[in-house]
Ligand binder design. Structure first.
Ligand code: AMP
Length: 396
């Protein structure tokens, strides 16, 4: 972790370039449908303004792939941020160039400038050093508060630190790493991880890294069916990754060897088609009959998992237990979310879909920490070093 966080930095009268993650979801009219990521950056921005600094904010939005895409301009973000801060945020039409430099040179203390979408320039994702140097050119201090992109070695995350003498983590980045490192390095036991979602292949490195650390792994979602099939349990038409059967067998035997419990669904909600109004039933064991597919964990599994969650002191949750977007297959995800919200454990929720499930149920305030970065938190849990964090650590 960076030695410095923003609270250690004197920002008075200085130009502070902040990499934020304002990659918010937009509807077809470019209205922001969820402003969580903007709100999450407010403590860092407010610190700069309250302490007499000048805040220059930069972010990406969507995937414009190195071209200007009108629907991905930062204008709606500037508008929402102005409302949240109660002041006018000056929005630029580019993130580099003479207009940007002129606007920054005339900033007063307490002003906020928002640069245009970084990914309108292909150099951003390419990690181009000249582009990074230009971004850095008019700032005195660099603050990284974009946890959601911390796993990317992009120019605004890594290169920029080479051209600004002072850099530090913002409050959000610091908080995300504090919670994640807390559960990974010194979790209060029993420590359980609940993993779900579509693809077991996405979660294999996380399982490998967590097997030594957790007391118990609870598996749900489509990824459970590759584990079940690896044990010759019938899975019908359920989603299976055939090329991962062997590694799942190995993970099951590794878990046994390490004395780590790995629980799989003991019953399922199954359907005869992948749609909400398909014929459906609940199995009375872990098998799925021919012609049917498992789309959610069953009621007995919910009871077992909820019991484990209640007994745990630390719980990490990543990935839904079923096809939660369809109301008839959302019960497992909801059951786990409610058990987590009711428990007194330290509970960390990461991963886009489990976060949207917990938000949709209005339970986000009842868990300890909801991560703003799905991909970044997964890579951290795999034991990888996040380039955006390493760039700060190397420097300070
Ligand atoms: P991920 O992006 O890996 O976290 O996966 C999330 C997706 O997994 C969601 O869109 C769910 O609908 C999907 N999912 C969860 N359980 C199942 C299942 N049993 N069969 C098919 N898809 C599933």
């Amino acid at each position: 972790m960076a030695k410095l966080t923003i609270g250690d930095v004197d920002v008075q009268g200085r130009k502070v370039l902040v990499r934020v993650d304002f990659n918010v979801p937009l509807d077809e009219q470019c209205n922001i449908t969820d402003d969580t990521r903007i709100r999450a950056a407010l403590p860092t921005i407010r610190y700069i303004l309250d302490n007499g600094g000048k805040a220059i904010l930069m972010s990406h939005l969507g995937r414009p792939k190195g071209k200007v895409v009108e629907s991905l301009r930062m204008n709606p973000v500037a508008k929402r941020l102005s409302e949240l801060l109660g002041l006018t945020v000056k929005k630029m039409d580019d993130c580099i160039g003479s207009e940007v430099n002129n606007a920054i040179s005339t900033m007063s203390n307490g002003d906020v400038v928002l640069l245009e979408n970084l990914r309108f320039h292909a150099e951003e994702t390419a990690g181009d050093e000249d582009f990074a140097k230009e971004l850095a050119s008019s700032a005195d201090i660099y603050i990284d508060d974009a946890f959601g992109t911390a796993h990317r070695a992009h120019a605004s995350m890594v290169g920029v630190t080479h051209y600004i003498a002072e850099s530090a983590a913002g409050y959000l980045l610091e908080k995300e790493i504090r919670y994640l490192s807390g559960v990974v390095e010194k979790p209060k036991k029993p420590f359980i991880a609940i993993l779900g979602g579509a693809k077991v292949s996405d979660k294999i490195p996380v399982i490998e890294n967590l097997l030594d650390k957790v007391d118990c792994l609870l598996i749900g979602g489509a990824m459970a069916y590759t584990f079940l099939k690896a044990q010759n349990i019938a899975v019908g038409l359920s989603r299976v990754e055939e090329d991962k059967l062997e590694i799942c067998q190995k993970l099951l035997s590794d878990a046994k060897e390490k004395n780590t419990e790995l629980l799989l669904p003991q019953d399922h909600v199954i359907a005869d088609a992948f749609k909400n109004d398909a014929n459906r039933m609940v199995t009375d064991n872990s098998e799925t009959p021919d012609g049917w597919m498992g789309l959610d964990i069953g009621p007995n599994t919910i009871v077992t998992y909820a019991h484990r969650i209640r007994k745990a002191c630390t719980v990490l949750w990543n990935g839904p237990m079923g096809v939660f977007e369809m109301s008839n297959f959302a019960g497992g995800t909801e059951g786990v979310a409610r058990a987590l919200a009711d428990s007194a454990s330290v509970s960390i929720v990461g991963g886009g879909d489990s976060v949207s499930a917990i938000n949709k149920l209005g339970l986000a305030d009842f868990v300890t920490h909801v991560s703003t970065g799905g991909g970044a938190s997964l890579e951290y849990l795999e034991g990888k070093v996040l380039p955006g964090v390493a760039a700060l650590t190397d420097k300070n």
